[in-house]
Design a binder for this molecule. Sequence first.
Ligand SMILES: *[C@@H]1O[C@H](CO)[C@@H](O)[C@H](O)[C@H]1NC(C)=O
Ligand SMILES: *[C@@H]1O[C@H](CO)[C@@H](O)[C@H](O)[C@H]1NC(C)=O
Ligand SMILES: *[C@@H]1O[C@H](CO)[C@@H](O)[C@H](O)[C@H]1NC(C)=O
Ligand SMILES: *[C@@H]1O[C@H](CO)[C@@H](O)[C@H](O)[C@H]1NC(C)=O
Ligand SMILES: *[C@@H]1O[C@H](CO)[C@@H](O)[C@H](O)[C@H]1NC(C)=O
Length: 685
Amino acid sequence: MTVTFSSLLAQTVLCWKSFQALSSLDAIQLLLSVPSAESIRESSAFYTSNPHFAGQGWDQAKWTQEKWKNFGVHDTQVISYNTELPAPTDQQRLALIRDSEVLYEAPLTDSVGGFFPAFYSFVTNANITAPYIFANFGSDEDYDDLVENGVDLVGNIAVLKSADASSYLKTLGLGKSREVQIRNAQERGLAGVIMYPDPQNDNPITESNGYAPYPDGPARPAKMIERGGIGPLDSYKSGLTPKIPCIPISYADAIPILSALNGYGPLASDLGSRWHGGELAIHDVHYNVGPSPPGLILNLKTEAYLHPGQVHNVVGKIPGFLSDEVVILGNHRDAWGPGAGDPNSGSAALNEVVRSFGAAVRRGWKPYRTIIFASWDGEEIGQLGSFSWIQEHFKWLNVTVVAYLNVVVAGAGRNFHVKASPLLYKTALNAMTYVQSPNQTVVGQSVLDVWNNTGTGAIGTAGGGDAIRFQGLLCASTVDFGFSQGLEDSVFPYHSGLDDFNWMTKYGDPNWEYHLTSVRLWLAMAAHLSESLILDMHATDYAEALGKWINDLFKDQKGSEFCDPKALHDAVSRFAQVAQRFDRSAASLEVQRQGCSPHLRRAIDETNQAYIQLERAFYHESGLDSRPSFHHVLFEAAPWHTEKPALPGLRRSLESGNWTNAENWRDIIVSKVLKAANLLEGLDR
Ligand SMILES: *[C@@H]1O[C@H](CO)[C@@H](O)[C@H](O)[C@H]1NC(C)=O
Ligand SMILES: *[C@@H]1O[C@H](CO)[C@@H](O)[C@H](O)[C@H]1NC(C)=O
Ligand SMILES: *[C@@H]1O[C@H](CO)[C@@H](O)[C@H](O)[C@H]1NC(C)=O
Ligand SMILES: *[C@@H]1O[C@H](CO)[C@@H](O)[C@H](O)[C@H]1NC(C)=O
Ligand SMILES: *[C@@H]1O[C@H](CO)[C@@H](O)[C@H](O)[C@H]1NC(C)=O
């Protein structure tokens, strides 16, 4: 390539404050030439080699800081926050007992090397001994089926199939978050919950289809335990986390427990299709639902404690020509186990992104907007690291953040996942056109081509990892993306002790090509946002998305009889008109950019400011009903692997028939949409 960063820097200086070093496209092309698989591999090997749960990450934070400085990002700090951290003791127990004889004692661990045992963060401490039932996924419908079939729920321990991160279950509409599963059980009077990942999650990559479990093959390892958060800390402290004990176990542990129910109570296969598909039949589990017969009980003891500690973020900054417009790229480092896929494929990718920008800086380049990189700690227990940092810098971030670009899982399968604020749809799609797919059936296919071909080609509602806090606290525009397990891929050992370097090199991403692709997408998005004179954000996309969400919501709901959506439709159509005019005028500024008049400069500044502030219009002081610390009225806290539909406050109220509250939420949303329209209109030229 003949252009260099420094030669491009020399052609700069359009006007005051507009020192565009290189066109957005040139910047992207140059940055994309830097990343290499070898350094991604090195980062992955390092992060996965030691336990680094929230608070344990000091050494890894220092290592990351050193790396970033060496890459050329000299302003890199480790920023620690005092907090309280959860940890399990070694006194937990799950035993299957018949007439005081212990038939099976679950090991509650799936790894060596000091990683945490089976554990849900912020679990309640208890020691219970009770009969048990098999309750499928523990949904309301599942419990209704049990009750209709004469199975008592109250006082039993529920054995549930986990359904948190399975692409297959999602295709059946059976995905469910662990928190909802545990909460449902509590509401139904169950005494406790034990949760295991049935290999049904992995269809078609199952033993019954001839695939060997990892490490011999790509199927689910029998001993893997899917840990997870039930929190966050503030909910725990306010007594809002579940009060019944719960623990994750492996399917190897579920086999003796479930087969001991064989012959007791109805068969799952007789309870309807939702109950079908369990893959432990080949291990002699008949999936009777129980209850367990007299004398057959489980002893479940959960024990965890809070201890004072610190989370350690690493934050690096490349000052741009504009210090008051900032693009932030982030990933979390803390992991339940080795974390090769979640989150350290993202951490390895982030290091490579930093190395690429560092290489550009070394060659004399300076970004137009300021770029910040963040390696967060404490995400798995409620985004504690990003939460603390955002709170500390709230006032500044509120006026400067253009976008927050997050990656949790960069490469752990071939399926591209992406969630974004509508303002950034074009940014995400644009990046996808620049970057070649590693999974081509025709030479030259971009990520966008392949993604469109899979038929899932739709951007999810914003959320994912620490993007949740940027949305919920700040109402910043966010993207989260990466490559994760698709339907035909090796089973990703999510949140387990087996999400390790060996799995990654054998099955997850042996050539690091999905990691590399995520690096390139991240670079393309960041450069596109940092280098464009006029931000390539589109208010029209927001108006269109809003219109669609509202139509979808009222299409499925008989709610419009009780909660008239007309004011919503009117507000959105006004927003749409204003947005269209605004985007058009922004595009016309782009055409005039060679000019230098103060009038043009002011117009450009105001336009960019309006795009930056637009998302903030959806800030609602008192937050969501169920989560007052989440202030964005259009979204709720959705993990990277889960789609949660938009308009949560209104949707929930309609679904529960709480019409007063629905009207309340309708009016709140109307006022925010009009605020967004006014913001654009105030600057409409
Ligand atoms: C837990 O409960 C079991 C059964 O009731 C009892 O045998 C055991 O001693 C208890 N363990 C502790 C540590 O309290
Ligand atoms: C692309 O990925 C999908 C899974 O997402 C897989 O089914 C397909 O075989 C892959 N194609 C190639 C050429 O690797
Ligand atoms: C892919 O999908 C996007 C959004 O749905 C659409 O705008 C675009 O034209 C499609 N591109 C290709 C190459 O199919
Ligand atoms: C954040 O920015 C919005 C406008 O974009 C403003 O209304 C709000 O007061 C700001 N919040 C704080 C705490 O500065
Ligand atoms: C409706 O929702 C509001 C807000 O969450 C709540 O205070 C109220 O009790 C609910 N009303 C009913 C009838 O459930």
